[in-house]
Structures are given as C-alpha cells and as structure tokens.
Design a protein around this ligand. Sequence first.
Ligand code: GLU
Length: 486
Amino acid sequence: MSVRVRFSPSPTGTLHMGGARTALFNWLFARHHHGTFILRIEDTDTTRSTAEHAENLCRVLRLLGLHWDEGPEVGGPHAPYRQSARLPLYGAAFEKLRETGAIYPCYCTPDELETRREAARIQGQPPRYDRRCLDMGATERQALERQGRKPAWRLHVPDGARVVVSDLVKGEVGFDTASLDDFIVVRSDGSPTYNFAVVVDDIEMEITHVLRGDEHLANTPKQLLLYQALGATPPAFGHLPMILAADRTKLSKRHGSVAVEEFLAEGLLEEAILNYCALLGWSPPDEQEVLSLHEIVESFSLERVNSAAAVYDLEKLRWMNAQHLRRLTPTQILHRADAWLRAAGLLPPLPGPPLDKVIDAVTERVQTFADLPTAIEYFYRRPTVYDPDGTAKYFVPETAERLRKAAERLATCVAFDAEAAEILYRSLADQLGIKAAQVIHPTRLALTGRTVGPSLFHIMALLGRDETTARLRRAADWITAGGWKP
Ligand code: GLU
C-alpha cells in the first residue's frame, strides 16, 4: 500500500515553526516512501479561518519547497481540498451515523450546558455532558423542535471501554471511554466539528498515516471511535513531540519569532529552516546535523522521531543558517541575496571589486542575508566613521606617519596582491622597529572603519592599490587633524 499523508492546517494565521515542522515531517515521510503528500485546508471554523491565511499558508509552503501532490491549486482525485467545499461529504457520513444509531440529537443550549457544567464543577464532578438527551423520546424531541430548537448531534461513546492508540512515536497510549464525553459530531447549525470532518476526510482521501502535533493526541481516541462507527479502518497515527522554549515552557511569541515568513524575510535560507525544523523531534542516524533536504529525505524515519519534547533555540537556527550559507557558492549567494543587496543599494553593482569576490571574502562572517550588506558595504563606500574604540586604541599620533609610510610603499608596488601587501607590511614593521600588529590594526580601521573583519591583506587586494593607499592617507589626515574636517 502506498503511503498517503496530509498536512491539514487551519488557516487562522501565518505558518509558524510548529506547523512547518508538521508539514515537513509529512512531506519527508511521503518523499522517503515515494508516497503522496496532500495539503488540505481545514477551514470549517468560519469565525477564525480566512481565504487570505489559506493563500498565505500555500505561499509559504511553496517558498520552503514543500510542494504538495494533491491539494488546493494543484487539484487531485479527492478534490476539493478545502473543507468548506466538502460539506456534502460530511452530510453523507452523518446520515450513515444517524441510521446506525451511533449518534443522537442533543437539544441542550450552550447556556444550559454551561450551567450544568458549573454545577458539576461545584460538586467536584468532572464537567462532562450528562447525557440528558440520550434517551429522549420522539414526542419530547418534536416538542423541542417546535420551540425552534435545532439539535447538535453527539456520538454515543460506549461505557467502560478502553481505546488504545498505537502511536508510531509514543507507543501505546490508552484512554478510558469514561474520560471521553459524548462529543459533538455536527453542531446545531449543521456544521461538522473538527473531529468529524477530519475523520471523514482522512477516510475519503485514503490517508494511511496521520502525523501531527502532540496537542492532537487527546483527539485521537475520539477519532478512532468515529472510524469504528463509520465501519472504516483507521490510519496509523504518529504524534510529533511538543516544541518547548528554552525555558521549558510552551513556545509562544514572547520567546522570539516563530513565524516562518519572518525568518524568510530576515534572509534565512529555506534549507536551513527545514534542516532546523527536521531536528525538532527527529535525529539523524549519524551525528551529522547539517544536512541537505535530499539527505534528510534519504535518512528520515519515524523510528528516529523522539517522543520527548524538542527545545526551540533561535541561536541554533542562526548557526544552522550560517552552515548552509557556507555551502553555497558566491554566485548562488549573489543570486539568492539579490533583494537584500538591492535594498542596500549594492545592486546594480557599484564601482569597486567584483561582488562575488567580496561575498566570498565575507561569507564566513555572516549568519543571514540580512547581515550581508553591512558586511560588504565598506568595499564600495569609504568609511564615514571609524569605530570609536578602535580610534582610541589605534589612531594614536604616531599612527599617522606609519599609515603614510605604508601608503607610500604600497603605491610603488607593481604586482599588487595580498601576498605582496603582506610582505611589504612585515618589512615596513621591521624597519620601523614595531610589531606588525601596530600597523596592521590601524590599517584595518583606516580601510574599513572597523576593528574586525576578513583577512586584511585580502581586503587590500580586493580594494586595489589605489583605493587602499587613498584610504590610508585619508585616515592619516584624520588623525593629524584630530577628526573629520569640513
Ligand atoms: N487542522 C488541525 C490543526 O491545524 C490539524 C488537524 C490534524 O492534523 O488532524 O491543528
């Protein structure tokens, strides 16, 4: 039997990392087994779902490269893939449940239910539905309907039974039916509840494995009862571990960004986000954590999904991004970072060293594309400020003369490259009777305005002889004049 899995988000907000992790695990499982990955939009909660959110979810999944084989926009044999367009299907399943007597109408209003729940609470009883409508006779029902009451429909949950979920991640988890309540299947306005719609859809779409967040585990026994009532074989279930913040509390906005779109806008790479999400619960068979999507597909298995909670760590996400960034060639970075470079005015290219060479020099020092413009800016724009700590330390009066001497020497250099510049600097330091660092540190500050950066001689080579000497003289003048002069 070929694998069929689905990601079925409710379009009530933007895709967050937890949702992306669920989508990814389903996608990986499908790709690993050469199965089918389905996207289904669960928009029956009309008060919170919007078409914009649904479109946005699709867009972000696409940006991540998690393409679906069946679903909105691409269609498929089980269309439509939006629950709001599947209402007739729920109607048919509802009729079946009604005919077999698996469900019964409940005329209690929300207010009545709340009052009784409150009373139960006060008496220390669990606030369960008290089955007031279970054995109601036809006359009473008709009387209530004449008053204009419309029933909700509840599943008659068997007493004293145990429902066992054989979870692919958590192992066997048992639930006593006493804890389950006669839950609502169809609301009084005729709309299906989540548990009902999901089961009808999973049956109709021939889903073989349901992989979803841990928060849905409590729904699974209810869904298993519905499969039984509908005479259908349930799929296998796997509940993915919870994602906790570093302080081991539930992950929320206050722990920093969780929206995938924000990470993409910040310039994180899709492959890094996905690699990071994969590690939120799954561990690779060898210790190697930085993996391409292809490598993850190859080695993905549910056996290696941990049941213990995963910890969300933004530092690790950025570290992961830096690792993936280093795997790209400068040309690839140039292409993919286009928007960031353009926004910073660095594209179209400014006069100066070739952008790909500059990118190559700084890649080791950036974590995301958002860091890139700042890291390369000084190659194209002379510094307008010098780092104040640096000036206090390195732009001492004797530095001016040293920088002028260095400029003089460099100006005579015919074959100017990193190696030549280095030899020249070392011999200059010898002649001046100082340590090389005493002229190297001020030179970096003079050329870049900063105290740290890539190899200094490499920077010189990229800037070229004339620009290097001009910047050295400019800094020497700055020191002599005691700052910028108009
Ligand atoms: N629509 C549900 C959610 O967004 C997912 C339900 C499921 O996977 O069964 O949480």
